[in-house]
Write a protein that binds this ligand. Structure first.
Ligand SMILES: [Zn+2]
Length: 151
């Protein structure tokens, strides 16, 4: 399961009652993107919620793919966003706080921790493979990113 399957909408119940349409709690579920982030329900949200929802749509759902928002770009961008927060030195709890403030989303810190661990292991594997292949440039890049995550 990808980390984006474990990102949830904060205040889900209130939002559902505001837009009077039910949608899944998971932020990256197809129905949530259609109803909350692209639908007409947006206008019915209170100002604060609307701002956060719009920020999310602007930052993650702005690609020009034909199948937007179901093209996978949003998931990819959000994964990068999480790694960037980690590079800034934030731990799982702080990362959860930031996504709550910025986009009204939440996740369990334990899931974020596993995601970061998996990312580091993937980079280690890339590094090892690159080293075996004699690809110094790729090895260096993977090491740099990995080191920025464990700092
Ligand atoms: Zn796309």
């Amino acid at each position: 399961m990808a980390i984006t399957d474990k990102i949830y909408i904060k205040n889900h119940r209130q939002i559902v009652s505001q837009i009077e349409t039910s949608f899944p709690k998971s932020a990256f579920s197809g129905a949530t993107m259609d109803i909350l982030y692209q639908g007409e329900g947006l206008a019915k949200l209170d100002d604060t919620t609307q701002d956060r929802v719009l920020d999310f749509a602007t930052d993650f759902l702005d690609c020009d793919c034909e199948s937007n928002p179901h093209c996978g770009c949003a998931e990819e961008k959000f994964t990068t966003y999480l790694l960037e927060l980690r590079e800034q030195g934030l731990g799982p709890d702080a990362i959860v706080d930031v996504m709550g403030d910025e986009y009204m989303l939440y996740a369990y810190p334990g899931d974020i921790l596993s995601f970061l661990d998996d990312s580091i292991r993937t980079l280690e594997a890339v590094e090892t493979l690159a080293s075996v292949d004699g690809n110094r440039e790729q090895e260096r890049r993977a090491r740099e990113v990995r080191e920025s995550l464990v700092r």
